[in-house]
Ligand binder design. Structure first.
Ligand SMILES: NC(=O)c1ccc[n+]([C@@H]2O[C@H](COP(=O)([O-])OP(=O)(O)OC[C@H]3O[C@@H](n4cnc5c(N)ncnc54)[C@H](OP(=O)(O)O)[C@@H]3O)[C@@H](O)[C@H]2O)c1
Length: 330
């Protein structure tokens, strides 16, 4: 399959690249090369690459900033989604939009299934609901895949890292750490999410909304406790209540995966297992445990195709890229 990936240099995007490495061709323009807000640019990129699937993992998701700049939130998360979906449909490709647990209000203590009614509490959540609709109207064959609390080796570029690394860094500095104990979610290893997105595409599942989270749920405090337990770190950790927040967050944003499992796909591993894998592969960024480290080359995302690679559109491994340069091609 040929996959064009927007937001491909972020946390989930990097895991999609690693997951796709040995089985699909994938290209990932940087934001500076193609912004999803640029309708013509997106259309040109899709036409040039000729993908079977176009994944939109690009997002403006710093929730406080979304509240202050709702125009930008809508531009990236909703208009961008429309641009990607329409371009995908025009090329006969399937669009995939990555969405969020923040589309829900968090009042259901037992978690949310795919068909539950979204009712966002924030500008960010609202913009992602708009993006979901935009995607499904713009490309009726599209998949919307919702995630919750991602942790991946690349760290979220939009949020400046991930919760696991934040906890480990704070404890390494000897800081007293307090973490909210009254908000429940489904921590999700972004590599598992990447594998699930590819599987949904490979199995050609029906269009619609899918939830993708590691199995189980916990509070942020319990998540922090488990990080320290599994990492073998003594931390000065205490629970606290969320209290009054600048941006309201759902009290419960547990995502129940009923759709994919209903189609016969196995449930994801538990969040504890995902976290164990993450911690055990921190040193090599998951490369040794899940595939080669990838780069697209310094000359842009289309270079491998334009240079007439034997595997058009493939990303090259570091070794391959180095060998090419040594041979004078790069
Ligand atoms: N992180 C979480 O806990 C979480 C939870 C639920 C859902 N999600 C969703 O999961 C998806 C991936 O999240 P992530 O953690 O991988 O985020 P991330 O690391 O911040 O990656 C987002 C990527 O989007 C790119 N981008 C931003 N604006 C763009 C634009 N206008 N055009 C093209 N690219 C643009 C960013 O590029 P730059 O690096 O240049 O800014 C970055 O590479 C998002 O849709 C997010 O809403 C995330």
């Amino acid at each position: 399959m040929r996959i064009l990936l927007f937001g491909g240099w972020g946390q989930l995007g990097s895991d999609l690249v690693a997951a796709a490495a040995d089985r699909h061709s994938l290209a990932r323009p940087r934001r500076a090369e193609v912004s999803v807000t640029d309708r013509d640019g997106v259309a040109r990129a899709v036409e040039a690459y000729g993908p079977d699937a176009v994944i939109d993992a690009a997002a403006f998701h710093r929730v406080e900033e979304c509240e202050a700049d709702v125009e930008e939130a809508l531009a990236v998360n909703a208009v961008g989604a429309w641009n990607v979906a329409v371009a995908a449909r025009g090329a006969g490709a399937r669009a995939v939009y990555v969405s969020t647990d923040y589309v829900f209000d968090g009042e259901r203590v037992d978690g949310y299934a795919e068909d539950d009614q979204p009712r966002p509490l924030s500008a960010y959540g609202m913009s992602k609901v708009a993006g979901e609709h935009a995607t499904r109207v713009g490309c009726p064959d599209a998949l919307v895949v919702r995630a919750s609390g991602l942790f991946g080796h690349a760290g979220s570029s939009g949020k400046g890292g991930n919760f696991v690394e934040t906890m480990l860094t704070k404890s390494a500095h000897g800081e007293a750490i307090s973490v909210v104990d009254d908000q429940t979610f489904s921590p999700t290893c972004s590599r598992d999410m990447a594998e699930r997105i590819l599987l949904l595409l490979e199995r050609r599942v029906p269009p619609g909304i899918y939830h993708c989270a590691n199995e189980g749920s916990c509070s942020w405090f319990r998540f922090a406790q488990t990080i320290f337990e599994l990492a073998g770190v003594e931390a000065d950790l205490a629970p606290r209540a969320a209290g009054v927040q600048v941006v309201r967050r759902p009290r419960c944003s547990v995502l129940l995966d009923t759709k994919a499992t209903g189609l016969g796909l196995s449930p994801n591993r538990s969040w504890e297992e995902g976290l164990r894998w993450y911690l055990s592969t921190r040193a090599d960024g998951g490369a040794g445990a899940g595939g080669p480290t990838i780069e697209t080359g310094p000359d842009g995302w289309r270079s491998d195709r334009d240079e007439g690679s034997e595997r058009p559109g493939d990303l090259r491994t570091r070794q391959e890229a180095r060998a090419e340069r040594a041979g004078g091609r790069a």
